[in-house]
Design a protein around this ligand. Structure first.
Ligand SMILES: Nc1ncnc2c1ncn2[C@@H]1O[C@H](COP(=O)(O)OP(=O)(O)O)[C@@H](O)[C@H]1O
Ligand SMILES: [Mg+2]
Length: 716
């Protein structure tokens, strides 16, 4: 509460500043393009012609892909395209400058960076859509930028894909070239081979079959000729053997030897005939002789015949042998040709295989090249603009209401923070525990009283008038005028406490002092004096504040004579003692102000005065100047039975209280305790007596109040 104005002011100031700042902020517009990632871009070539990019569709479905694309949209490469296209680097308005300022075009990268900072991407959950948002101070430019970024991105993806297609096409072309030469070479080699080995029309296999047939025939013939040769050899042997025994009849009388056989038969018959004739005629008989001649002739014929046969057989054998040799030669040759043909076949199939594979590869490459050329013509991509950006109508920022609310909240927070800080830094006494912590027992709390006559000149009072709860004409006599008030009650409490203390150490005389001027010494002193008088004691109130006396004003007395006149020996105590219309209360004003107040209080005259007063009254109360400024109170205090220290809440600092206590202790004064003055009723209730019952002061309550003095609910 004490710092409420601080808080209100801070909150207001901050709110005002924030509001002003908000209105000065440039308006920002946001344009949105919606893009769709299409995993299966329609291809006019159909699914049979596969993109050279390869299997993309599966990859496209993955989350990774979307995220990659999102980053590509925001990439510098895309931003730079837009910057180039729109010439943003030369546009001062893009950088928030006036159009006609001297503007040195910035680097492309810088403009791109600025554009990137204006971009946000907002993928729509569970869809393939993404919102691309661009913020700018110019609504039209926001839309243009959004659309441009989208198209630059699409262009880039297309170029990237075409780039890969182009690379593939280039590679294919190279491959095609080298494959073509290889194919030519292999075809040429095959041709040469065919030409060389005469494999023009008949295939190698056919030739091999033919060759095998040939070899088989040779074999057959060779076998038969061999058989014949062996036969001939046998025959020759036989004939040669017959040469030794020409007449011996051979076992096998083959057809070929029929002539010989006939000769032999004739010989045998002639010989048989000769044997028969020899018995009849003898050897020398002419018939015998003739027969013998005939036999000899046959024998000669046989020998001739054998010779002839041998010659024929030998000739035949020779021929057969020659045929055999020839045949086996031819057969060998054929076999060798077969072997050669085998080797050639291997070579041939190798060459033809090579040619075949080369031609296959060539065909394939040719087809791919054609397809690649087609895809190059075809610009398909996996991104599509669903909604183009429109020129935004309303600015999205600043949001005035939000900022103002933020300002209010921030201001309040700051205000409370400031209040808390000030509170922490505040060294002034706030409440009873604050004082008691310093070692001063509080005998009572004198509440803040709002009043017109109560020191209207005082800064405190002037301020407090605003929070008045009623009015008191004379605060110094509030106990008398308003005995039911909280102030009166608290004075009675102080009185009670003092009386309890007096029971132990009788102190008739008491000085009321404080650390600083205006702490309320006079107010407290008069009221306590009244309270004590009301309790039936004879009380003398003496104004020993020889610097700023106020007692006479408090009781509307003149100050022509008083304490100083007694001390100067001009008057007696009885002469200066005044009655103020309050039963049992007498007052001595201070009298004319002396030049040396402190010295006066040191004099024997004063000591005598003190003695005399103490003798005549039950209680003598001295009002005094503050301890802080002058020594008067410190001189007075040890001469009195006790000292009461007034502390003004929220005015006296802790340090002032500490030094006041120390200066009283230094002079061995009997510090009875303190009175906390000017306590706000609520605070006092909280700080003192722990929720005790208080009468809140209300002026109208006292209008009809007619309590007899001395009435008291206190212990008195
Ligand atoms: N509890 C209080 N409520 C309101 N005003 C007060 C209170 N105590 C003191 N004052 C005012 O403060 C001013 C200074 O008080 P005063 O008793 O003259 O102080 P001191 O004697 O210590 O200089 C006076 O105008 C007085 O009316
Ligand atoms: Mg005073």
């Amino acid at each position: 509460m004490r710092y409420r104005w601080w808080i209100i002011f801070t909150a207001l100031a901050v709110t005002t500043l924030v509001t002003l700042w908000t209105f000065r902020l440039p308006k920002v517009y946001q344009a949105t393009v919606t893009l769709e990632y299409d995993p299966n871009p329609t291809s006019p070539l159909g699914s049979s012609v596969e993109d050279v990019g390869g299997q993309v569709s599966h990859f496209l479905m993955s989350r990774e892909f979307f995220e990659t694309q999102n980053l590509i949209i925001q990439s510098r490469a895309v931003a730079e395209r837009v910057v180039e296209h729109l010439g943003l680097a030369d546009d001062p308005t893009f950088f928030g400058q006036e159009r006609d300022t001297d503007w040195a075009p910035v680097a492309k990268e810088v403009a791109a960076q600025r554009l990137q900072s204006k971009l946000t991407l907002d993928p729509i959950e569970d869809t393939r859509l993404v919102r691309l948002k661009v913020r700018d101070t110019d609504p039209e430019r926001a839309a243009t930028l959004a659309n441009m970024v989208a198209s630059a991105y699409i262009e880039k993806t297309m170029e990237d894909r075409l780039g890969s297609t182009a690379a593939a096409a280039e590679w294919l072309a190279q491959q095609l070239d080298s494959t073509r030469t290889q194919l030519n070479e292999s075809e040429h080699a095959l041709h040469e081979f065919k030409k060389q080995y005469n494999v023009l029309s008949v295939s190698v296999e056919n030739r091999q079959n033919l060759l095998a047939e040939e070899i088989r025939e040779y074999n057959e013939r060779l076998t038969s000729i061999r058989a014949r040769r062996i036969e001939l050899e046998a025959r020759l042997g036989r004939l040669k053997a017959a040469r030794a025994h020409p007449e011996a009849v051979q076992g096998n009388g083959g057809g070929e030897d029929s002539e010989l056989d006939a000769l032999r038969t004739e010989l045998r018959s002639k010989v048989t005939e000769g044997a028969a004739l020899a018995v009849r005629y003898g050897d020398s008989h002419p018939t015998m002789l003739e027969l013998k001649g005939e036999i000899a002739a046959i024998r000669a014929s046989i020998n001739d015949e054998i010779e002839t046969l041998i010659k024929i057989a030998a000739d035949d054998l020779k021929e057969a042998q020659a045929v055999e040799t020839g045949l086996s030669k031819v057969q060998n040759k054929a076999q060798k040709a077969g072997m050669d043909l085998n080797l050639r076949e291997i070579e041939y199939s190798r060459l033809s295989r090579q040619q075949e594979s080369n031609s296959k590869l060539y065909d394939l490459l040719l087809q791919r090249t054609a397809e690649t050329d087609l895809t190059r013509l075809l610009r398909t991509t996996h991104v599509r603009v669903v909604d183009r950006a429109l020129v935004p109508k309303a600015a999205i920022s600043p949001v005035v209401s939000l900022n103002v609310v933020g300002g209010v909240i921030g201001g309040l927070l700051l205000g409370f923070g400031l209040a808390f800080l000030l509170h922490q830094l505040d060294r002034r006494i706030q409440d009873v525990p604050d004082v008691e912590r310093l070692g001063l027992t509080i005998l009572g709390v004198f509440p803040r009283v709002a009043g017109s006559s109560a020191g209207s000149s005082s800064g405190y009072s002037a301020r407090r008038k605003r929070e008045r709860v009623g009015e008191v004409e004379n605060l110094d006599q509030v106990v008398h005028s308003h005995p039911m008030s909280m102030a009166a009650e608290s004075c009675r409490t102080v009185r009670t406490n003092l009386m309890f203390m007096a029971a132990e150490s009788p102190n008739k005389t008491m000085v009321v002092t404080s650390a600083n001027p205006k702490d309320g010494k006079t107010t407290v002193a008069t009221n306590i004096a009244i309270a004590m008088a009301q309790s039936g004691q004879h009380v003398l109130l003496v104004d020993t504040d020889l610097r700023r006396p106020r007692i006479h004003k408090a009781f509307n007395l003149d100050n022509r004579i008083g304490l100083t006149s007694v001390l100067l020996g001009q008057n007696t105590l009885a002469q200066v003692t005044r009655d103020v219309g309050i039963d049992k209360l007498s007052v001595v004003t201070c009298g004319p102000l002396p030049p040396n107040p402190a010295e006066l209080l040191h004099t024997k005259q004063f000591a005598r005065f003190l003695e005399e007063a103490a003798a005549q009254y039950d209680r003598v109360i001295f009002d005094s100047p503050p301890l802080h400024a002058v020594t008067d109170a410190a001189i007075l205090a040890p001469q009195c039975g006790g000292a009461l220290l007034v502390v003004r809440a929220q005015a006296t600092t802790r340090d002032a209280v500490i030094s006041a206590i120390r200066s009283l202790r230094d002079v061995h004064a009997n510090l009875l305790g303190g009175v906390l003055n000017d306590v706000e009723p609520s605070r006092g209730a909280k700080g003192y007596r722990g929720g005790g019952y208080y009468h809140y002061y209300r002026a109208e309550e006292y209008a009809s109040e007619d309590e007899p003095p001395g009435h008291s609910q206190s212990a008195a």
